[in-house]
Design a protein around this ligand. Sequence first.
Ligand SMILES: *Cc1c(COP(=O)(O)O)cnc(C)c1O
Length: 353
Amino acid sequence: MTVHVEKFVRPEIMAMNGYVPGEQPKTEKTIKLNTNENPYRASEKVYTAIRHAAELGLSRYPDPIGTTVRVAVAEKFNIDPNSVLCGNGSDDLLTILTRTFVGCGESLRLPYPTYILYQNLAEIQGANNELVPFNTDWTLPKTFFTATPKLRLVFLPNPNSPSGTIIPKSQILEIAEHLPCPLVVDEAYADFAEEHCIDLVEKCDKIIVCRTLSKSYALAGLRFGYLVAAPKWVAQMLKVKDSYNCDTLALAAAAAALNDNNWLAENRTKILATRTRLTEQMRQLGFDVPTSHANFTWNTKKNVALKPIYESLKNHGILVRYMDYPCWGEGLRISVGTDEQINQCLNSIEKFL
Ligand SMILES: *Cc1c(COP(=O)(O)O)cnc(C)c1O
């Protein structure tokens, strides 16, 4: 007897498409510029910390709240450790946030185009997505600020993906003050920008800031993120998270990474120099490239189909992200790789054109 999937799987799940992450090719040779990973090796202090933690043994459960990392984050930003929540990657934190704040039939607001995962999180809750399109210059319209009756949470990646553009800190505060609900500023790329909003959390309790070690710390394979929020929110989110959402090795590695400020500064300098070159050269090739505050650029070109460029690059072993957003348009998102990788990518694009 066959059991029908529709009979047991919740209708909200049946209706979903599911989030499709960027391709992860099996070959080492691919030049991978499609998921905004950092092309450099993480701080050696991270690898030492992992080896040390492993030697101490893994038979015990990890600290459920990751005290050592909470303290490291608190010291870094001069904040209360009780305002820090650790996550198994920031995707885990986004899940915890959505589950904590957004119930069935309620609404989650997000700008458009942006990180696609947010929509899936609302769908799993049986909640509605309120998509507010960016203006064509990637600023936000006033409708992003306005209260609606069912609105429970707002996600704003800053810098945004795929554009790499940033909403100024002063405006973030203004948005939060107008909103009736918490505003999650997803700062996955903030280490590549000039300003961030962590200190706004103490000024306005509606602001929650989310961070990841995946991009600026070159640790996408580790799975670690943290958020900073008023302790009253963190206390509720602790009830929602998995008991041991961060493992012993990840906690040891994260503390080591967060304490190595020199590594972060040096890596940032390299990435920013390459980003400038990538931006200038793509503009010279006739692409429209908004000034990026992240570790990738968003490249569009009037009257030229971009899918063939993506495909040609792929045939040459260079993977970038091709995006075609309904009602917005297409573009190529290119992660900042090493200088060598970016040279190869630029050469291939120039030849194609
Ligand atoms: C990469 C990314 C994340 C996910 O980070 P992980 O810590 O790897 O889960 C979250 N938000 C945005 C906007 C991202 O680009």
